[in-house]
Design a protein around this ligand. Structure first.
Ligand SMILES: [Zn+2]
Length: 188
């Protein structure tokens, strides 16, 4: 699998994961403002018929692109979906601490929807089916169950970590620096 390239705004805000083909376009259009990362990825193009030489381009794992893309993600709430939710919680039930494959996990609303809870990052946790069924539409205070971690809304850098399972050391170091210091994002 080809690694994804981490695109930054010109000001250094992590923006998105992009395919190397999109990175090649930014290089070709001279829109790459600056780059980071030691290990470049080399992509080969066509063979020159005259010189018989094959063209190639070295792409850095982190590229800052000219323009104002950074503004669009700054302070936004990442989309809530199970894939990133389970990743946030380390694929572990937040009630009984059992680690399971994603298909055995569910999204539990800490304050149930039927009790006025909302479907937002701070009100949802990963739960195994048994715990989810046991809790049903009760409030935590009405059960003897305990929540082992306080659900949080990932910031944009954390969300980018949660979305990609193949992050290079350079990219991870960069993203971690943009995560809140008091959190250690689960990576599996
Ligand atoms: Zn459980």
């Amino acid at each position: 699998m080809t690694p994804l390239i981490l695109q930054l705004s010109q000001g250094g805000q992590a923006v998105s994961w992009i395919h190397w083909r999109d990175a090649v376009l930014y290089y070709a259009k001279d829109q790459v403002a600056w780059t980071l990362g030691d290990q470049t990825l080399r992509f080969y193009g066509g063979v020159n018929r005259v010189s018989n030489a094959r063209s190639y381009m070295d792409i850095h794992p982190i590229i800052a692109v000219q323009g104002d893309q950074g503004r669009s993600v700054f302070g936004t709430v990442p989309t809530l979906n199970n894939r990133e939710l389970f990743q946030r919680d380390g694929h572990t039930c937040m009630y009984c601490l059992t680690s399971l494959g994603d298909r055995h996990l569910t999204r539990d609303h800490v304050v149930p929807i039927s009790r006025g809870g909302r479907n937002i990052w701070t009100n949802v946790v990963t739960a195994c089916r048994a715990c989810n069924q046991r809790k049903a539409d009760q409030l935590l205070s009405e059960t003897n169950m305990r929540l082992h971690a306080v659900p949080y809304t990932p910031n944009h850098a954390e969300w980018l970590i949660l979305r990609n399972r193949h992050i290079s050391a350079d990219q991870m170091a960069f993203l971690k620096a943009q995560c809140p210091k008091y959190r250690d994002v689960q990576v599996s």
